[in-house]
Design a protein around this ligand. Structure first.
Ligand code: CMC
Length: 496
């Protein structure tokens, strides 16, 4: 905690509050200062100051958009955004992409070290064993409209899946079951790992079912004897042929892409999973929340947005005009820019190389030329270099998915499925941290109205009625109303 200065250690920050003249000594631990230490710094309210400012209650630390706030201690993933470094549990992403597999890397992310042969065999068997889902779930998938976005289906499916597992539900299992291992309860850890196997195992099944329902295909039972990505491709594509085996180059490419997407420390979706999980809700609900967050176009929805952008550009000849439109802020260059990387995202080099392997089997995607022209133009243009906007993981990945024949709106699903691993690694770490889990409850700076008294409707003067469009409900068209229903009258009722 921050306290008025007595002695100052060199590992500390000395802060002088010029409002009061008091000096505080705030310890620096792990190159960070505690935001709660600043709460000890308070001052008397100024005359006429709004009571909502809370000056006497201690200083707040404002960080809109989490630009420089650390919310957890983690041993999982390290990123150096200036140098373009990404390591899972200390291992460089380039080495893992070359030598490891998605499931081996999943083990590494969740449990902290590379598995032995036996450890891996058990883990892989557990994950693949848990790929089958209850037959009733078919009804759930059939309840979606033919044109439902697959991310809407997948997000709902994770929450739906949780309804099968009462042993993971805190209201039925005890509100802190996930944290009980820290008090010596080994069964709680086994229960947690079972949910982890299930969620990773069933992620491909749910995603494949979301795919098949849109194609009008019946569902298939997950196969045996195939790899994680092989099983996924089989579940999407198998149409009853005998001895169907997905193409090994595509299985391998998808495995590399899954490995690259498995974790990326505290991005928006992982933070959402932890924030949701901090209320000690079941992991299925937390993963569903992460899936929803991932789908935004600033995050995992960018791979879909990149392809839509490339199609709209049309050909390399139109790239200069597009770049100019971005500079006029009429457009955004999807697949460029990153909150942490201020150089090329290291994953994008590996993806670019993987794309060439895939194109050897599938043929080059016709959008590749436009993508390369756009990439080269942006890398040379001062607008992008000055802001340090470089290609991120999503710039090339959509081209591979497209070449592999996935529909565009399925691309974010191909990001979400492997990211389940990273979300669960962080969730498990948080549940097992010493001292238990604190609910994530940020503060706000309240700038709204001061206390005011309720005015009955009949007494509201027009001056009290707000006409600011941001503060009044919009008039909306009703798409369900046809001209005929609008013109109809309703017996015993006034017209709509
Ligand atoms: N195209 C054009 N201008 C951009 C872009 C872009 N893609 N990204 C950032 N800028 C500009 C932005 O307008 C701002 O300019 P100024 O300072 O003149 O106002 C400056 O660069 C800084 O951008 P920012 O929005 O403050 O940066 P941020 O860290 O808040 O946002 C980002 C990061 C990834 C949301 C953003 O770069 C972006 O929207 N990129 C496009 C979407 C995308 O590719 N997302 C995938 C991210 S990587 C994978 C993942 O996380 O899922």
């Amino acid at each position: 905690m921050g306290r008025p200065l007595e002695t100052s250690s060199s590992e500390s920050l000395t802060v002088r509050d010029n409002r009061t003249g008091k000096t505080y000594n705030i310890p620096i631990v792990d190159n960070s200062v505690s935001a709660t230490a600043f709460k000890a710094i308070s001052a008397p309210a100024k005359p006429n100051e709004r009571e909502e400012s809370g000056t006497e209650k201690g200083l707040r630390v404002a960080d809109k958009g989490f630009l420089n706030t650390a919310v957890i201690q983690s041993e999982i993933t390290y990123i150096d955004g200036e140098a373009g470094v990404l390591r899972y549990r200390g291992y460089p992403i380039e080495q893992l992409a070359l030598h490891s597999s998605f499931l081996e890397t999943a083990y590494l992310l969740i449990y902290g070290s590379l598995p032995t042969k036996d450890q891996f065999r058990v883990f892989e068997t557990e994950v693949l064993h848990h790929s089958i889902i209850h037959a009733d779930a078919e009804e759930f998938f059939r309840s979606f409209r033919y044109d439902a976005h697959p991310m809407a289906i997948l997000t709902s499916a994770f929450a739906y899946l949780g309804s099968y597992y009462s042993e993971a539900n805190p209201s039925l299992q005890g509100r802190q079951w996930q944290t009980l291992f820290t008090k010596g309860d080994k069964a709680s850890l086994a229960n947690m790992d079972k949910q982890i196997f299930r969620l990773i195992g069933k992620a491909t099944t749910l995603a494949a079912m979301a795919y098949r329902i849109r194609q009008g295909r019946d569902f298939v039972i997950p196969p045996t004897g195939l790899s994680y990505t092989g099983s996924f491709l089989y579940q999407m594509d198998h149409l009853g042929e005998e001895n169907y085996v997905p193409n090994p180059v595509l299985c391998k490419a998808l495995d590399v892409l899954f490995l690259l997407h498995a974790d990326h420390e505290l991005n928006a979706s992982c933070t959402t999973v932890l924030q949701t999980g901090s209320s000690l809700v079941d992991p299925y609900s937390a993963i569903a929340a992460g899936c929803a967050s991932l789908y935004g176009p600033l995050h995992g929805g960018a791979n879909e947005a990149v392809i839509r952008m490339l199609i709209s550009i049309g050909s390399p000849a139109n790239v200069p005009a597009f770049i100019e439109a971005v500079k006029r802020r009429e457009k955004v260059l999807s697949g460029f820019g990153h909150r942490v990387y201020k150089t090329t995202d290291p994953r994008s080099y590996i993806i670019r190389k993987t794309a060439d392997e895939v194109f050897k089997v599938t043929g080059r995607d016709e959008l590749l030329e436009t993508a390369m022209a756009l990439h080269d133009a942006a890398m040379k243009d001062e607008y992008f270099t000055k802001r340090r906007l470089y290609p991120n993981v999503d710039f090339w990945s959509g081209l591979i998915y497209r070449a592999m024949g996935f529909p565009m709106d399925f691309f974010p699903v191909l990001f979400a499925v492997p990211r389940v691993v990273g979300w669960l690694a962080h969730w498990r770490q948080m549940m097992l941290q010493e001292g238990g889990v604190k609910i994530w409850r940020p503060r706000q700076i309240y700038v709204g109205a001061g206390k005011r008294d309720y005015v009955p409707m009949a007494e509201r003067e027009s001056s009290l009625v707000n006409s600011d469009p941001k503060k009044t409900p919009s008039t909306v068209p009703h798409s369900g109303m046809t001209k005929r229903t609008m013109l109809a009258s309703y017996r015993g009722k006034s017209k709509l």
